[in-house]
Design a protein around this ligand. Structure first.
Ligand SMILES: [Zn+2]
Length: 178
């Protein structure tokens, strides 16, 4: 099982390199990322979260033990964001123990390649729209702490320190920061 990189770590603050669409070696990595995501109760994961600086993410916002339908996104790119920004709590496998309120436009239109190198477009709001934006933030070196507003950031980092001291593991989201 791939180990999740947790903040702070320079890997999480680095802009990732584009992949070559259709590169066969991405398949194994993508499937291992999905395994790590499910094992840690996540709904999305980006390659830097397993220490790989490539533009590859996996998203599955609606899964349970009987139903898994991961979307593998190679070089995902935001085409357009729409709607009045909404705040909602987000967790992150790389920031175990905290939920941080982040304001985002609710509707996202994203273009990406699948693992076979075919180009797709997807549009989503709700959890899907939010999750895609969160994962693409990772590819640009941003975690929850860079995506929230500066005031929230102070309390979020404080809560994260507490969470780490109390032994929070990836997948824990107990310390909510508003
Ligand atoms: Zn994350």
């Amino acid at each position: 099982m791939l180990k999740i990189v947790t903040a702070p770590n320079p890997v999480l603050a680095t802009v990732c390199d584009p992949c070559t669409p259709g590169d066969e070696s991405l398949k194994g990595l993508a499937h291992q990322m999905a395994d790590a995501m499910y094992a840690n109760n996540g709904c999305g994961i980006a390659a830097p979260q397993v220490g790989v600086l490539k533009r590859l993410v996996v998203v599955d916002v609606d899964w349970d033990d009987d139903h898994r339908d991961p979307i593998y996104m190679v070089n995902p790119e935001i085409v357009e964001l729409k709607g009045e920004p909404e705040s909602a709590g987000e967790g992150c496998l790389s920031c175990p123990g905290v939920t941080v309120s982040i304001s985002r436009k609710p509707w996202a239109h994203v273009r990406y390649y699948d693992l076979d190198g075919k180009l797709w477009e997807i549009q989503g709001d709700g959890l899907l729209g939010r999750c895609m934006q969160h994962e693409i933030d990772h590819l640009n070196g941003k975690t929850l702490f860079e995506s929230c507003d500066p005031i929230t950031r102070i309390s979020a980092l404080r809560a994260y320190d507490e969470a780490k001291k109390s032994g929070a593991r990836p997948g824990d989201t107990d310390f909510e920061v508003r």
